[in-house]
Design a protein around this ligand. Structure first.
Ligand SMILES: [Zn+2]
Length: 335
């Protein structure tokens, strides 16, 4: 089969052997896969992985083969898959149902082969059937949307939590904006793209800051919040330069939530965090069921976030052009 293989330096289309599903696995014919910031971090050398490796962890497709121990009714189903594979179901975390933190886990497309390929074999416990209303392209947003929901699974919203500032309006920031609105929060968005800002406002963000036009973002946020600061600040940028503003924009005893896995060293002065008793949260993978429900009900809009689609053969071009354009949100590889 054809696959996009990362050799530690670059990605290239290669002919590799089609995976054989093990007894507990299904074989998925991949239809669409999204390029994630994590993929860019890997190819840029910030996030080390074993090589050679087929990247790609936001994907959907059709089940074309099932292993011996898998219910054959899965055959022909349209599905997406969670990314944390090789779960042992017996470690400290598994016993507490924290399967995404299993000590044996291997992430598809990061630790083991992923979905920028014609086929992928995955453990059957990872798959979720797609409702008819969700297209394969939209389904590539389920993994990041689940991560957006996880923000509020990990971080309680308390009585005084009313205003959230979201730094960065990539795919995750724009999904988070929509999820935060469903939680009843008022949203301030910060980004450098007027186009993305317009989209966030269309979703319902009440105030926006174009960081290219504003010198002092924390002061601007304080002006909007009676000089208090945002109750919650979420960073999706992974930009070390933004972190100072993230901290300074948060109210005393507020919450900061880190969402980026950029792999960059980030200098941070903890004194202000300690003195003002700010709590730092973080989260990544989340509940797929909630994400699927959000998309299929139409509460969350995803297809409007697709900037460009490429064929698998043109994946190098897709990676090369990723985020060169400030307005770019999401690239999908159609397979
Ligand atoms: Zn485990």
């Amino acid at each position: 089969m054809k696959a996009a293989v990362f050799d530690g330096q670059k990605i290239a289309i290669k002919e590799v052997s089609k995976p054989e599903p093990e007894d507990s696995q299904v074989l998925i014919q991949v239809k669409a896969a999204g390029i994630c910031g994590t993929d860019i971090a890997i190819v840029s050398g910030y996030l080390p992985t074993p090589v050679p490796l087929i990247l790609g962890h936001e994907f959907a497709g059709e089940i074309v083969e099932v292993g011996k121990n898998v219910n054959p009714t899965w055959l022909g189903k349209r599905v997406t898959s969670e990314i944390n594979s090789n779960i042992d179901f017996e470690c400290y975390y598994c016993k507490r149902e924290m399967f995404t933190q299993c000590i044996s886990r291997k992430a598809l497309g990061i630790d083991i082969n992923g979905a920028f390929a014609e086929f992928i074999a995955v453990e059957s416990y990872l798959i979720h059937e797609l409702p008819k209303k969700i297209s394969y392209e939209e389904a590539t947003f389920i993994e990041p949307l689940a991560a957006a929901y996880q923000t509020f699974e990990m971080m309680p919203i308390e009585k005084d939590d009313k205003i959230v500032a979201i730094f960065g309006l990539g795919k995750l920031g724009l999904l988070l904006t929509q999820v935060a609105l469903l939680k009843g929060l008022k949203i301030i968005v910060i980004d450098g793209s007027d186009k993305k800002i317009a989209l966030a406002k269309k979703f319902g963000a009440y105030y926006s800051i174009n960081r290219l036009n504003v010198n002092d973002i924390p002061t601007e946020i304080r002006k909007l919040t009676k000089d208090i600061g945002a109750d919650i600040v979420v960073d999706t940028t992974g930009n070390p330069d933004a972190l100072k503003d993230v901290v300074a924009s948060c109210k005393t005893r507020g919450k900061i939530h880190m969402k980026s896995t950029h792999g960059l060293e980030t200098p941070i002065n903890f004194t202000d965090i300690v003195v003002r008793e700010i709590t730092i949260y973080s989260s990544r993978c989340g509940p797929f069921e909630k994400a699927i429900k959000g998309l299929s009900s139409g509460m969350i809009k995803a297809s409007v976030l697709i900037s460009k689609e490429y064929a698998l053969n043109n994946i190098q071009e897709a990676f090369a052009s990723y985020e060169k354009n400030q307005d770019h949100i999401k690239t999908i590889i159609s397979i």
